[in-house]
Design a protein around this ligand. Structure first.
Ligand SMILES: [Zn+2]
Length: 123
């Protein structure tokens, strides 16, 4: 795999996406879904074998920033909310900064320390 991009998170996601589509294609007996899953597999293979590693790494970074990290973030926040008895974890609606507010205080006014945005939150 010298000078090739290799397998990254984006390629792995594409393969899982294709597997999901081919399962759906079997369930719904849809040729269109089969074609989509085939195209996605070919694209994933193209990315793995691509010699333009710089561009593939850039695509992978964008994928992680725009798609993977927000999903991981949502999981992290709900995990923290289950664990923590005293605080609730929320996001600033303006800048998406993670904030910690006291639990069981009803409706409270929150000011984001990062951007200064004021909003009401239920704790
Ligand atoms: Zn903010």
């Amino acid at each position: 795999m010298n000078k090739r991009n290799g397998i990254d998170e984006y390629s792995i996601f594409l393969v899982w996406f294709a597997i999901a589509f081919s399962i759906l294609a079997m369930i719904f007996k849809s040729d269109m879904l089969k074609i989509i899953s085939l195209v996605v597999v070919i694209y994933a293979l193209f990315r793995v074998l691509s010699r333009n590693a710089y561009k593939r790494a850039y695509e992978n970074r964008i994928f992680k920033e725009k798609f993977l990290n927000p999903i991981k973030d949502t999981f992290n926040i709900s995990k923290k909310n289950k664990k923590d008895k005293n605080y609730k974890y929320i996001r600033c609606p303006n800048c998406k900064q993670q904030l910690r507010i006291p639990k069981n205080k009803g409706k409270i006014k929150v000011k984001c320390p990062k951007c200064g945005h004021k909003f009401d939150a239920r704790s």
